[in-house]
Design a protein around this ligand. Structure first.
Ligand SMILES: Nc1ncnc2c1ncn2[C@@H]1O[C@H](COP(=O)(O)OP(=O)(O)OP(=O)(O)O)[C@@H](O)[C@H]1O
Length: 758
């Protein structure tokens, strides 16, 4: 059928194939997944072409994402008949509400409501199957406008990025990254000097051979530079052998050096990322950080070692070449020198341009990685909401951005290297013309002219190579700017400094004393204005508020992902911001709304917070968390949980998360709406587990309550509203008619239409 269509309409099969590919999102995702790691290893220029090759549709990007005028009627009828083959631009993408873009900063209910919003929007962009996809220019135009808006909106996603000026990095400032590699570098440089000197002796030897050849034709001597020719050739061969051994050593040492720098850089960056606080992760997107860890560090490592070494080799060759040109003929060298200033100037401007472009390319690549990482991680939501089309469209927008940057670089590179190539060739002709005259006048010999010509080619090639290295090093500097932004980030909450946490912390009274707080990314919307309350040791307290009222924020402050803007949080009278953060966090067990498990076995996941725990301790924690289901799996403790625990049910994941928290024997257990993501039976099971845990008076339990019915047994319920505590007491005390808590419960039970006001 498709073949018939292609034949009838003379459509290139590649276009049809690319549309198939785009429509078959499963295949697209498989391709993206498998190629992402490869993508990360490529240089920006290669990446663009790699993307183009990997996703054939991007070669036709304009056709897909930009207006296509003049659809033929045969196309139209074909798309009507086989709508799944229709190109993407024919339909407007469903627009993700701006608020969805940064789900992490939404409270859980808002997330649900935006999901609903997405669901409500679902029909907005869905393809009108009973309608012509291209019915009239005006509708086509309006679709294109919508699409343009969508591309704007996707670029607006980067609103959340820090709006800092790109940092300008000098080569000397990135040299520190190679600290400790000096010895290897000097070995490589020495080997390079030897091999380059040997290479540079070739033109001289060629000149001598030619002169010896022409004189032997006249005199019959077979000596070159006073050495019998056979010995001369053997000596030359030996020299070349030494040169190639040195080359081997240089390449090997430099490769090791480069990999060493890249590995250390990645490790440093990763450790740095993990040491940063909530403020950092609110303003930096994960994909962008991943891109810095992979691509940027690779570019910087390479520019430090490989490009620097190539630069050195080119410098040695250029300097030696020019010296030998001077030695061979001062006059010819004088003529040749006229060409150097314009090339050097061109190289300088080109290098600066590439540096700026590289920064932009790396940013664009960061966006691309972020989008693919985030969307692939949530592929089920995308598929459930039929969001494949808009995701592909969004992804294509990022590819197009990257592609356009690569195009600019290709244009600049083509122009620069094309013009330098022309200058080089013109130079050779000039030498032949001028040199020929000098040979005829007897000023130089044929051998000398040949040597001069070869030295010019060597020196010219090296100068062009040098400008290539210069631009690569500039690229490295562009990428290094992004790395230094990360490396120099100073967390407000420094994890490894501060006072030791006293061993009596388990018996501490926790006090929120007039705490004021706003998230750093939204400094104007205060979450807490004057939050004050006390938690006695061993208590079970519950925090209650309307959705978005700041319940989870209490746990974020307690765990010191953020510090209050005003007021203090005290443990037995000591401000917790004076404590060593890591030691402080060691006293907490946290079970979040959506249980987060890591790829690995059930045992690994339970032992995550306490890797030294024995099997008995792991089993005891698991039993306390009601994890008997583990024995129903054939591999019991060695059962793989899958990526982010996908191979377990929600209730099972949550109970493993509880076991993980309990294994730390925490002084404070935070249950952040631990049952909110569970359905009926799982919720009952997990609640049973939690109720049993609350009997333990050796641990303070802080329950962030979503479903009010689950907190009946709490010793104290704190009701938060308008950034402060508005009511507190036991369930029975608070449930009197007229109280805010009472109205909240009524509302939750569906007996009130609106969220109650305080
Ligand atoms: N990282 C963040 N950056 C900026 N704002 C945030 C961030 N996290 C949460 N918020 C905002 O802070 C407010 C309080 O959020 P929080 O998660 O504490 O509410 P909650 O009471 O737990 O809500 P829910 O019951 O819906 O989970 C919300 O308006 C939310 O949008």
């Amino acid at each position: 059928m498709v073949v018939d269509f292609i034949r009838k309409n003379a459509v290139h099969p590649r276009r049809i194939q690319s549309k198939f590919l785009l429509n078959n999102v499963g295949l697209f995702q498989a391709v993206s997944c498998s190629k992402l790691s490869v993508l990360a290893k490529l240089t920006p220029t290669n990446q663009a072409s790699f993307v183009t090759q990997t996703f054939p549709a991007s070669a036709n990007l304009r056709n897909i994402t930009q207006p296509k005028r003049g659809f033929t009627s045969s196309f139209r009828s074909f798309y009507q008949k086989y709508p799944s083959l229709a190109p993407y631009h024919v339909y407007p993408p469903r627009i993700f509400p701006a608020s969805v873009r940064r789900n992490s900063s939404l409270s859980s209910d808002s997330k649900t409501s935006t999901d609903l919003h997405v669901a409500a929007n679902k029909n907005f962009g869905s393809r009108p199957h009973n309608q012509s996809p291209n019915s009239g220019t005006s509708s086509h135009e309006s679709l294109l406008k919508t699409q343009q808006k969508s591309s704007d909106s996707s670029s607006a996603e980067s609103d959340h990025k820090p709006s800092q000026e790109p940092r300008k990095v000098t080569f000397w400032s990135i040299l520190v990254l190679a600290k400790g590699q000096g010895k290897n570098f000097f070995i490589a440089a020495a080997l390079l000097l030897i091999s380059s000197s040997i290479s540079m002796s070739i033109p001289y030897a060629v000149g001598k051979i030619l002169d010896a050849g022409s004189s032997s034709a006249e005199s019959g001597f077979t000596e070159i530079m006073g050495i019998p020719s056979s010995k001369f050739y053997m000596g030359l061969l030996g020299l070349f052998l030494i040169g190639s051994i040195c080359n081997f050593g240089r390449i090997f040492t430099l490769r090791l050096l480069s990999e060493n720098i890249i590995s250390r850089l990645r490790s440093r960056l990763f450790a740095k990322c993990l040491s940063l606080d909530g403020r950092f992760f609110d303003s930096h997107l994960h994909g962008d950080i991943i891109s810095r860890l992979t691509t940027d560090s690779s570019i910087v490592g390479k520019s430090l070692s490989t490009y620097l070494s190539d630069g050195l080799r080119s410098t040695v060759s250029a300097v030696t070449g020019i010296a030998m040109m001077l030695y061979t003929s001062l006059t010819l060298t004088g003529y040749m020198s006229l060409i150097v200033p314009p090339i050097a100037l061109g190289a300088f401007f080109y290098g600066e341009y590439v540096r700026k472009l590289s920064r932009k390319t790396q940013d664009a690549l960061g966006d691309l990685t972020r989008v693919s990482e985030e969307r692939l991680a949530n592929v089920r939501t995308t598929q459930a909401f039929l969001g494949e089309r808009q995701e592909v469209h969004r992804y294509n927008n990022y590819i197009r951005n990257l592609f356009n940057l690569a195009k600019k670089e290709a244009l600049a590179g083509g122009f620069f290297f094309g013009s330098t190539g022309f200058c080089g060739n013109a130079t050779v002709i000039a030498i032949l013309a001028l040199g020929g005259k000098m040979v005829a006048a007897g000023d130089i010999t044929v051998g000398q002219l040949s040597s001069f010509l070869l030295y010019t080619v060597y020196a010219g090639g090296s100068i062009i190579g040098l400008s290539g290295c210069f631009t690569d090093i500039m690229k490295g500097l562009g990428a290094a700017g992004r790395l230094f932004d990360l490396l120099d980030s100073v967390p407000k909450v420094v994890p490894s400094t501060g006072l030791p946490v006293p061993s009596t912390i388990r018996k501490s009274v926790l006090t929120f004393d007039k705490v004021g707080f706003a998230y750093p990314t939204r400094p104007k919307s205060a979450i807490f204005k004057d939050l004050s309350f006390e938690i006695q040791p061993g208590m079970n307290i519950a925090i209650v508020a309307a959705s978005g009222g700041g319940k989870s924020t209490v746990s974020q402050l307690l765990l010191r992902f953020y510090d209050p803007i005003s007021g203090k949080i005290l443990a037995n009278g000591t401000d917790i911001s004076t404590f060593n953060v890591q030691q402080w966090r060691r006293n907490f067990g946290v079970v979040g709304q959506e249980p987060v498990l890591f790829t690995g076995t059930i045992r690994d996941n339970i032992a995550y917070g306490n890797p030294d725990a024995t099997q008995e301790e792991i089993e005891a924690a698991a039993m306390r968390a009601d994890c008997g289901f583990i024995y129903t799996f054939p591999d019991t403790w060695d059962t793989q949980v899958g990526t982010r625990g996908l191979q377990l049910s929600g209730g099972q994941k949550q109970r493993i998360a509880i076991a993980r928290a309990l294994l730390r024997t925490p002084a404070f257990l935070i249950l952040d709406e631990a049952t909110s993501a569970l359905d009926g039976e799982a919720e009952v099971m997990v609640n049973r587990t939690i109720q049993a845990l609350m009997q333990n008076r050796n641990m303070t339990t802080i329950t962030i309550a979503h479903k009010l019915a689950t907190i009946r047994s709490a010793d104290l319920i704190l009701v938060v509203g308008d950034g402060r505590i508005i009511e507190q007491g036991k369930f029975e005390e608070l449930s009197r008619p007229g109280s805010y808590f009472y109205r909240l419960i009524k509302w939750q039970l569906g007996k009130m239409d609106d969220v109650p006001s305080q």
